[in-house]
Ligand binder design. Structure first.
Ligand code: ZN
Length: 499
């Protein structure tokens, strides 16, 4: 589906809509409706089960979204969290430099200094995307953080959190005391972050307030976390930076063991595989649309020693888009916050005092919610079916009375009984059974249950119901009391196996 078509469908079903829609919306801000809220919660639960569930020493915390200036000064965000901006002297429009250079430099402007960007603009005679004139300004860095006057006198400076990672670094010293003083220690945050994007666009892909799910793994570089074990043979789709520099654009399938033999640390490859399995096996993205795109030394942030972005080919957005990433950040973060705060963030290890290194697993919740619509919403004849895995479905079960006034009481009781058993069900008595199925198919509901005359009668079908599966459309008759045991196991998100 095209982006506009997909967005229209999501809005119509109340998955999401623009913030302040009655006022014409607000750039880069969206609200989630009932289906979107439920899907987002299940996506976050699946992420938590898969990543935080990997070790008893990994924890989730919920930090403040406002931080004092000292934090973003030490982290480097005050100085470096910028996007090159170009404005037009004639019409006054502001653009990301990347947008102005899009046609001549599709690979983006990462790693280019403002004067290099300007050279590209002049050499190609680039024009204002808005009015077409050649009156483009010299590119200048634009800081993406929202600052806010803080305190009663409004004289202190604070910032809205630009990335959840900082909250985990701030929490490290406390978490070391709270936990069992062992490495690796994982501190995860699923939370809102805020960026004053120059040009919000592509709905959930460049927002000004959005949700990140990030796990920071603190470890002793002498004992890095993760061994491939049986995962050594896993084929990982990669586009390596050195091949790209030679002009290659094709994804290669490389066994995890060969990535290690080629020089990547085993712990790093292990986490690439873990991320791959989440995207492919848990979220169900088609394997052939996934790849890990390696950022070169020039392209990645200077503190990242290794960076592969997980990219997914999206039909709606016309190409591969970043949906997650694995960053090896070394000791940059704890080193900077240790020096700036004056607090010793090194810990005692068999080899002496060590400032832990950080491996960051990052995941964009909103982007992936969009991606789940792009990849899983299917046209099946005249049906629109959202083929979400059961554990991600916003509404797992629909319960219908065949004839409202005769079967309503039984169906309502069934909804209540399922809720007690931990299975959320939606009651629907409006219009024909076929139309009710269609509504549930579009909402991603994997199971529908119909209560009919047999259910409430005195014959052999008493207390049995019809269970219909979304994908196969297969129907079967079973006792109402057997529903919860049948459905509940499919609603638990997969967890990583041992090792
Ligand atoms: Zn202009």
């Amino acid at each position: 589906m095209k982006s506009e078509e997909l967005y229209a469908l999501l809005r119509r079903r109340g998955v999401l809509w623009p913030t302040a829609e009655i006022y014409g919306g607000a750039q880069g801000l969206y609200d989630y409706g009932p289906l979107g809220t439920a899907l987002k919660r299940r996506l976050e639960d699946a992420w938590t089960a898969w990543f935080v569930g990997r070790s008893p020493d990994y924890y989730r915390i919920e930090p403040s979204v406002i931080v004092p200036e000292a934090v973003v000064r030490a982290s480097g965000h005050l100085e470096n969290f910028t996007d090159p901006e170009i404005s037009c002297d004639r019409c006054g429009a502001h653009f990301r430099a990347e947008t102005v250079l899009e046609k001549v430099r599709p690979e983006g402007v990462d790693g280019l200094a403002p004067n290099q960007i300007e050279e590209v603009v002049r050499a190609n005679g680039l024009r204002c995307p808005s009015c077409g004139s050649t009156t483009l300004s010299v590119p200048k860095p634009f800081n993406l953080m929202f600052d806010l006057p803080f305190g009663v006198g409004r004289d202190e400076r604070a910032y809205l959190l630009p990335e959840t990672a900082q909250a985990s670094y701030l929490a490290f010293a406390r978490m070391w005391e709270v936990g069992r003083k062992a490495l690796p220690l994982g501190v995860a945050v699923v939370g809102r972050v805020f960026r004053n994007e120059i040009a919000p666009r592509q709905v959930l892909f460049r927002m000004r307030a959005f949700t990140q799910a990030e796990l920071q793994i603190f470890f002793d570089p002498a004992e890095p976390p993760g061994h491939l074990g049986p995962r050594a043979e896993e084929l990982v789709p990669v586009l390596r930076a050195d091949r790209r520099e030679q002009g290659a654009t094709d994804t290669q399938l490389v066994a995890a063991r060969d990535l290690v033999a080629g020089g990547l640390p085993e712990f790093y490859v292990d986490h690439l595989v873990h991320m791959l399995r989440f995207l492919r096996d848990v979220l169900g993205y088609p394997a052939e649309r996934l790849r890990f795109f390696e950022k070169s030394e020039k392209e990645r942030a200077f503190y990242n020693r290794i960076q592969f972005d997980a990219e997914l080919e999206l039909e709606s957005l016309g190409g591969p888009k970043e949906v997650g990433a694995v960053h090896y950040r070394g000791d940059y973060d704890l080193g900077r916050h240790g020096a700036a705060s004056g607090k010793d963030l090194s810990v005692s290890r068999p080899s002496g005092r060590v400032v832990p290194h950080v491996l960051e697993l990052t995941f964009g919740v909103d982007r992936n919610l969009w991606a789940l619509a792009d990849t899983h919403l299917r046209q099946d004849g005249d049906r629109t079916v959202w083929k979400l895995p059961s554990y991600l479905a916003p509404v797992p079960v629909g319960v219908f009375p065949l004839i409202a006034k005769e079967h309503r009481a039984y169906a309502e009781r069934l909804v209540a009984d399922l809720a007690v058993a931990g299975v959320e069900a939606a009651y629907d008595e409006a219009s024909s059974i076929g139309k009710r199925y269609a509504r549930m198919d579009e909402a991603g509901t994997p199971f529908c249950v119909t209560v009919d005359g047999g259910t409430v009668g005195d014959g052999p079908e008493r207390d049995t119901v019809t269970l219909r599966a979304r994908d196969s459309k297969a129907q079967e008759r079973l006792p109402a009391t057997a529903l919860a045991a049948r459905i509940a196991p499919t609603l638990r998100p997969p967890r990583p196996g041992p090792g």
